[in-house]
Design a protein around this ligand. Structure first.
Ligand code: PHE
Length: 340
């Protein structure tokens, strides 16, 4: 047995591979499960107890030497002539690990939610694939009503009842159905509309909508809340104006304009020289909606509002093309990280 061990040790020392692949073959032949060393170990079990100590040490030495040799040989093939030391050039500057950054839409969304959370709102979530009831019917869009055309909808082919939500108002319906007033929620999420893709519109985008229902909620509360949000988000100097508008689920309804964040209201290309930018829709929740969702409209009133995240992100960061948010070019995305 000693002879066998010595013979194998000699072959390990003398092995000179011509190609790297030979090393792995050699390793398997010697150290593999069915290799020569394993066979020796088996044989070792049968040797007399007096010899065990001496032979055991020899086999162990052989095994570690063989593993060492395999590693040495592998390393010698890896070292190109230019860097013969396995450590490499210690004076070369290191490469920094690149750390990912938050998507600008997430940054802006978190900032919006944080402002509403400070006002006592909680965040609610809901599905993107919805049914007609939660997106339209419960929100006072009668079947065949032309208001349904305001939001060009993607339907699921198999059922006209199932669709991609066109606004996160569907989450507000779900909240009203399952919670009793007072209700104060903000509903962020992705929405889909069958619109052509351009620098200012896309077939999917993100919204933050809000809902406040309690006794004696008035339009003055709505205006005050929006004003607070706008000043927190766009800055103290921002002012708002409300223009009458129409939504089936609110009455009265309004469109909120903010004084142009770029020119301060003097007029520029972005605000089309009007000094104002439209940022959200809002209004007092229509009593029909409250009723559909099981809330007594004689006892409770409420307001709702909704805005697009992309639009506000474009204004905040001066991004001129909405499509950039969806292309996931890291050179674009890296510019917006924040602690939020
Ligand atoms: N859901 C409306 C939209 O997506 C926005 C809105 C929400 C308007 C709440 C009024 C009240 O266009």
């Amino acid at each position: 047995m000693t002879e066998k061990i010595n013979d194998l040790l000699r072959r390990v020392e003398e092995f000179k591979p011509k190609a790297e692949a030979e090393i792995e073959e050699f390793r398997i032949r010697i150290l593999g499960k069915k290799g020569e060393l394993t066979a020796l170990m088996e044989e070792f079990k049968t040797v007399s107890p007096e010899l065990k100590r001496e032979l055991g040490q020899k086999i162990n030495k052989l095994k570690s030497r063989a593993m060492e040799r395999v590693n040495e040989l592998k390393a010698s093939f890896k070292n190109t002539p230019a860097s013969s030391s396995s450590i490499g050039d210690m004076t070369r500057p290191g490469t920094n690990d690149t750390i990912g950054s938050r998507h600008p839409i997430a940054v802006v969304k978190n900032e919006m939610l944080a402002i509403f959370e400070r006002m006592g709102y909680t965040v609610a979530d809901g599905p993107e694939v919805e049914d007609d009831w939660h997106v339209f019917s419960a929100l006072n869009f009668p079947p065949e009503h032309p208001a349904r055309d305001m939001q060009d909808t993607f339907f699921i082919q198999r059922s006209p009842d199932i669709l991609l939500r066109t606004h996160t108002s569907s989450i507000q319906v779900r909240t009203m159905e399952t919670h009793k007033p007072p209700i104060r929620v903000v509903c962020p999420g992705r929405v889909y509309r069958n619109e052509s893709i351009s620098y200012r519109s896309h077939c999917m985008f993100h919204q933050v909508e809000g809902l406040y229902i309690d006794e004696n909620v008035s339009f003055a509360d709505l205006k005050q809340s929006i004003e607070y949000f706008v000043k927190e988000f766009f800055g103290e100097d921002a002012v708002i104006r409300l223009r009458p508008s129409y939504f089936p689920f609110t009455e009265p309804s309004a469109e909120v304009d903010v004084s142009c964040v770029l020119c301060g209201g003097k007029g520029c290309q972005v605000c089309k020289h009007t000094g104002w930018l439209e940022i959200m829709g809002c209004g007092m929740v229509d009593p029909n909606v409250l009723e559909s969702c099981g809330i007594d409209p004689k006892k409770y009133t409420g307001f709702a509002f909704g805005m697009g995240i992309e639009r506000s992100a474009m204004l905040k960061y001066g991004v001129k093309d909405l499509r950039l948010f969806f292309e996931n070019d890291v050179r674009f995305l890296n510019q917006f990280d924040s602690a939020l």
